[in-house]
Design a binder for this molecule. Structure first.
Ligand SMILES: [Zn+2]
Length: 149
């Protein structure tokens, strides 16, 4: 993005945060040339995010996929729909604030596990067992022990 003061091409993002309506991101930028700071507002809809999967295939980011995975893990657990929505919001904030237009599905998976761990241990283990494709009881126990430590 060009600097509005000196027109220099190289500017850096120093801070990103979602605007209250959650449909845009406010970015503070600094110009490498004149060091002046300015603010941009970018619409989330205009920032296509690509998810890079394990097999290196790429697909458009889809919030529903994350929600579905979390819903399955939280089946019959004392977790409300609002909590799940907040959790997905937090994850989206983190991945959309990253200036990269591409994110690995593994990064998203780790973020989900990280947040589920605090929310509900059973949901966490369920999600981790699917996500990490536990091959046997031992890997499953290892993961449990890691969590309990
Ligand atoms: Zn400048």
């Amino acid at each position: 993005m060009k600097c509005p003061f000196c027109n220099h091409e190289n500017t850096r993002v120093i801070d990103s945060r979602p605007v209250e309506d959650k449909n845009s991101i406010r970015r503070r930028r600094v110009c490498d040339e004149c060091q002046k700071r300015f603010t941009t507002y970018e619409q989330i809809e205009t920032i296509p995010l690509i998810v890079r999967k394990k097999d290196n295939n790429r697909e458009a980011y889809n919030r529903k996929k994350i929600e579905d995975g979390i819903l399955r893990a939280c089946h019959k657990r004392p977790v409300s729909a609002a909590q799940i929505r907040d959790l997905v919001d937090e994850i989206e904030t983190e991945i959309f604030c990253n200036e990269d237009k591409e994110v690995g599905s593994d990064v998203i998976g780790e973020l989900i596990m990280d947040k589920l761990k605090d929310l509900d241990p059973v949901a966490y283990v369920r999600f981790a067992s699917v996500y990490r494709e536990f091959k046997d009881v031992n890997t499953f126990m290892d993961e449990l022990k890691k969590m309990l430590n």
